[in-house]
Design a protein around this ligand. Structure first.
Ligand code: ADP
Length: 587
């Protein structure tokens, strides 16, 4: 895409946490010390037991030494745990701030047109959920994994020192557990994919069913519409049950084998047998009773941590993907336009780089005139109109304002020249005043109110609980028509000389329609206007009407000229006749 700079690639997913890698290593080292310090009191209990139960006389000084070491180890563990948690959490806060800043800076340069409903969802997910998933990884998973590995290793080293035969017995449940665990996850990747497909089928069938419900009911087909949904659900349940049936048995067996009780049972049985044949003594078995369960206990923690890692990895990939979105190139020599003369020069644009949505457009908007884009649905009206406020950059040709290509302007300059009012109005979760003053954050209150009055929305705003300070979505719940008037007030206040307007196709109520039309008449007065017209009677007075078909301008002229041509416009006009005869979007 021309003007799209993809050279600045963000680091791949795995490298997202690179800036804080050093601190994570440090925290892991400290956590390892904490894990060893955590096992020492258990060893101390075992050793103390051996001292107290040994043949008299009692070695009091050894007993005290052991007790002191245990208390010291506990203190070390406490300090180390706090230090490791503090390091990972501070590092995590820094990373989150850095990631959110990088995302915000990057998204500010991504083409406006990219922010559709689906992509807005992706942004929300990345900024909130995915960054939080990485928090879990940075803040907890690495250190948990270190604990879950070092703790059994420390216990194992001690047990080998006490009696390596019994240690082998204590390791049997671990070996069986690992085998069962591996069997459980054999083919897991393929199963997960099949699960995703089956779930997607159910979702599609559910959406089809829900979307078509009105039509289905109206045509009395409710019964047959259920069928596809029910079939997909049945397939899903069958697949899931088959998968889970095997998995449930395995996972229950794994859990039993890896439970501390099972290990205890194994070492006690083996210990008793070995005592019976004189291979060991009860004093040697005691440490195993206390410490052998520590060999299998962290297994589940490891499995959860591994799961967290997978979730975080996917989250990191989504964030990296967002940071890798191609963005609009910043102008090398930012230039300000001279006037509001607009020229589309040989413009073509393809969303996917191949299929042209608009082709070979040459169009001039003289200052202060109204140009209407009409044409069948999908003919390229919205695409062409959105190219002017740089929702996308053209694939070929150029668009100039006041003799300067839009790609040579900073966004402040561009949006100082062009404002737009589209149907999918976006209001921020901020005060109504902030929403109106979006293009001019420093506008005085009196001007904000003036714009709201002109946009026929002032009375509604002052009826809200906190007037202009009411927050959209919290104490200001506006209808579609009201939100549209707020966006008109926003455009009025921005006071750009060029306006791109998507005429509404439907209105919630006649009162709203009248108010919007009045507001629009104020807005369009004296500006260079490019309007996407859905209802032809609104633009019969336009200076020029461009008829689009298949992404090309196939006819152009005034209403009268076009009717005289007896071409596509005449057909469109005939199809529209019978509607309202009001002429709204004229100056
Ligand atoms: P109109 O406004 O006249 O209905 P559009 O400009 O919306 O037409 O669409 C022109 C062509 O571009 C159509 O073929 C449409 O499917 C395609 N199109 C529109 N928006 C997108 C998009 N965001 N991504 C890919 N193709 C799109």
């Amino acid at each position: 895409m021309v003007g799209t700079d993809t050279s600045t690639r963000a680091a791949p997913a795995v490298d997202l946490i690179a800036p804080i890698k050093g601190r994570i290593w440090l925290a892991c080292a400290i956590q390892a010390i904490a894990a060893v310090a955590g096992i020492i009191p258990f060893i101390a209990v075992a050793e103390l037991g051996r001292v107290l139960l040994a043949e008299p006389p009692l070695d009091v000084s050894r007993a005290w030494t052991i007790a002191s070491v245990a208390v010291g180890a506990l203190a070390v563990r406490l300090v180390c745990l706090m230090a490791a948690a503090a390091i990972t959490h501070i590092a995590d806060l820094d990373l989150q701030l850095d990631l959110r800043r990088r995302m915000a800076a990057h998204l500010a340069r991504v083409p406006l047109g990219w922010f559709g409903e689906r992509n807005a969802g992706l942004v929300k997910k990345a900024l909130q959920d995915d960054v939080s998933a990485i928090h879990h990884l940075v803040g907890h998973s690495y250190t948990n994994m270190v604990s879950a590995t070092v703790t059994p290793l420390a216990a194992l080293s001690y047990l080998i020192w006490v009696d390596w035969w019994l240690t082998i017995v204590a390791l049997v449940p671990v070996a069986i557990g690992i085998g069962l665990y591996a069997a459980q996850y054999r083919g897991y990747g393929e199963k997960m994919e099949a699960y995703g497909r089956a779930l997607a089928d159910v979702n599609t069938a559910a959406v089809e069913f829900a979307q078509g419900i009105a039509v289905i009911k109206a045509f009395g087909q409710a019964q047959s519409a259920h069928v596809r949904f029910i079939e997909r659900t049945r397939d899903f349940v069958h697949f899931f049950w088959e998968w889970m049936r095997g998995l449930l048995v395995m996972s229950a067996a794994t859990e039993i084998v890896l439970s501390p009780l099972f290990t205890l049972l194994a070492v006690l049985t083996a210990g008793l047998l070995m005592i019976g044949v004189g291979l060991t003594t009860p004093l040697e078995v005691l440490p195993f009773v206390i410490l052998a369960p520590a060999l299998t206990a962290p297994f589940m923690t490891l499995s959860y941590a591994q799961n967290d890692m997978m979730v975080a990895q996917r989250a990191a990939e989504r964030i990296a993907d967002l940071l890798n979105r191609p963005h609009l190139a910043a102008p090398v020599n930012p230039t300000k336009p001279k006037g509001s003369h607009v020229a589309f020069r040989d413009v073509s644009f393809a969303y996917d780089g191949k299929t042209q949505a608009v082709s070979d457009i040459d169009l001039v908007l003289e200052p202060g005139t109204v140009t209407a884009l009409v044409g069948p649905s999908g003919s390229g009206k919205s695409t062409l109109a959105r190219l002017l406020p740089r929702f996308w950059d053209v694939t070929r040709g150029s668009i100039e304002i006041g003799g300067v290509p839009v790609t040579d302007m900073t966004s402040d300059t561009l949006y100082g020249s062009v404002s737009f009012v589209f149907q999918d109005v976006q209001l921020l979760r901020s005060s109504i005043a902030d929403n109106i003053a979006l293009g001019r954050p420093d506008a005085p209150e009196i001007e904000i109110e003036g714009a709201a009055r002109a946009a026929q929305i002032h009375d509604r705003i002052i009826s809200l609980p906190h007037g202009y300070r009411s927050v959209v979505g919290e104490d200001a719940h506006l209808s579609g028509g009201e939100a549209q008037r707020v966006s008109i007030a926003r455009a009025l206040l921005a006071d750009a000389p060029i306006l791109v307007l998507d005429e509404a196709t439907s209105f919630a109520d006649p009162e709203s329609e009248a108010a919007i039309q009045d507001a629009l008449s104020t807005l369009v007065a004296g500006r260079t206007l490019l309007v996407i017209a859905h209802r032809l009677h609104t633009i019969t007075g336009a200076d020029q009407i461009c008829v689009l078909d298949g992404g090309r301008i196939v006819e152009r002229g005034s209403h009268g000229d076009l009717l005289a041509e007896q071409g596509l416009y005449t057909d469109l006009w005939a199809a529209h006749r019978g509607g309202s005869n009001r002429v709204e979007v004229t100056q």
